[in-house]
Design a protein around this ligand. Structure first.
Ligand code: HEC
Ligand code: HEC
Length: 199
């Protein structure tokens, strides 16, 4: 009894820790319902709903686990991920992360670009590029998400949520600290810049 219990624990422990690469073909099928909001190829058609296309796998995986555990709260998403196994998550992540992010058309917002690249030394907003990358494509090993081509309304909501502490699932409060120093104008400019950045 004791032995088999131990073996089961080891098995479960193993499958929970293994970040096995998922199967994008299975992920496409398993995410049929998700595509209704996030888009068939992961490019959402509603400015308030995030695109998942081209998003870094480690970040997507963490968000889905955070919605499951309640570390990240959203009335819509909480129920969506409830029944997903670790394998389902890996497959769905493999599908969306391998799609191409489609940016909005339009001129790049120059104030947003300046803040993104260099931060603001007078208001202590750090450079976003330092973590999210010069082209805003993110950093998978570090868990920093892609922002290039993300929906402006969603970016703006995410930054307001970090600022008001409606969203607190960022490790070490990294983004809460950044957003606390941003004005509404900063948020609007950087959100527009990033949504049109085609990388
Ligand atoms: C009814 C629409 C809807 C459906 C269906 C839906 N989502 Fe979402 N999803 C949202 C919204 C809205 C958000 C943004 C929540 C917020 O503002 O924090 C979101 C956020 C996410 C995020 C976080 C993205 C980021 O950039 O942080 C992931 C990952 C995600 N959804 C995956 C899924 C998966 C996987 C499914 C299917 C199992 C799914 N969603 C189904 C609406 C939906
Ligand atoms: C110290 C590193 C760091 C810096 C600097 C930083 N970020 Fe982040 N950012 C993160 C991390 C880590 C996350 C993911 C948090 C999580 O796990 O939910 C994140 C998440 C975000 C998100 C949410 C993405 C999504 O899909 O929900 C937005 C938007 C964002 N950052 C914008 C910015 C902007 C704009 C700046 C510059 C003003 C910036 N960040 C500076 C580390 C950083």
């Amino acid at each position: 009894m004791k032995g088999s219990h131990l073996a089961l624990c080891m098995l479960l422990g193993f499958s929970a820790n293994a970040n096995a690469a998922g199967d994008p073909v299975a992920g496409k099928e398993k995410s049929a319902m998700c595509q209704g909001c996030h888009g068939e190829d992961g490019n959402s058609f509603n400015p308030e709903w995030p695109s998942l296309a081209g998003q870094v796998p480690s970040y997507l995986t963490k968000q889905m686990r955070d919605f499951q555990s309640g570390a990240r709260k959203d009335d819509t998403m909480g129920g969506m991920v409830e029944g997903l196994s670790e394998e389902d998550i890996a497959d769905i992540v493999a599908y969306f992360s391998s799609q191409k992010a489609k940016a909005e058309e339009g001129e790049l917002n120059s104030k947003g670009r300046k803040l993104y690249v260099g931060g603001n030394r007078y208001t202590n907003v750090p450079s976003c590029a330092g973590c999210h990358g010069p082209n805003a494509v993110g950093n998978d090993p570090a868990g920093f998400p892609r922002l290039a081509g993300q929906k402006a309304g969603y970016i703006s909501k995410a930054l307001h949520d970090f600022r008001t502490e409606a969203r607190t699932n960022d490790v070490n409060g990294m983004m809460q600290g950044v957003a606390a120093k941003m004005s509404d104008k900063d948020i609007a400019a950087v959100a527009e810049y990033l949504s049109r950045l085609d990388k």
